[in-house]
Design a protein around this ligand. Structure first.
Ligand code: AMP
Length: 170
């Protein structure tokens, strides 16, 4: 996974001042590295022991769906407001300024009891914390988070009371 870090581009002050944005999309232009990454993520016990994967809007979908294929685990989506049809379960979370929310279709959620959460990057932990809260409120088991990058400085994992596995710690 040594090659991975050279495929991540850093953009200062994006999407706003003070944020160093880690752009992971370069990984998708190197299919062999992407394949190794998905293989590695799929080996995780968090994935193996879960009944289903929940992946987070939007870059989490890229990694989540590949893991789903590789590991033969069903996947459901946690989406930003206004994107999902039908009955939904929604949970709000705080951003640096204001708030946002994530939703899951009730029909999909009701099919499974235990979940592995998949996202591209763990920063403050607010986003993943929101999904975990939604799952727990619906009496679902959260086996853990598996993510490509973790920004250690922000101590996101300290806020999460379940296992966290990251491929690249920055
Ligand atoms: P957080 O809720 O602070 O853990 O933020 C995690 C979510 O925001 C993930 O879905 C990431 O895609 C995105 N994100 C947060 N910070 C960054 C960053 N510095 N670079 C790229 N994506 C980020």
């Amino acid at each position: 996974m040594e090659k991975l870090k050279y495929l991540i581009n850093n953009y200062k002050d994006f999407p706003k001042k003070g944020i160093e944005f880690k752009d992971l999309l370069g990984i998708l232009q190197e299919p062999e590295v992407f394949k190794d990454l998905i293989h590695e993520m799929s080996k995780s016990k968090i994935i193996k022991n879960s009944e289903a994967i929940v992946s987070i809007d939007a870059r989490g979908f890229i990694f989540g769906s590949a893991i789903s294929l590789y590991s033969s685990k069903p996947m459901i989506l946690a989406r930003k407001p206004g994107k999902l049809p039908g009955e939904i379960e929604e949970e709000k979370y705080n951003l640096e300024y204001g708030e946002n929310s994530l939703s899951i279709q009730k029909k999909a959620l009701n099919k499974y009891d235990s979940f592995a959460i998949v996202d591209d990057l763990l920063a403050t932990g607010g986003t993943v914390g929101c999904v975990a809260k939604l799952l727990k409120r619906n009496k679902k088991k959260v086996l853990g988070l598996i993510t490509v990058v973790e920004l250690l400085e922000l101590k996101g994992r300290d806020k999460l009371n379940f296992p966290v596995e990251s491929i690249l710690l920055i």
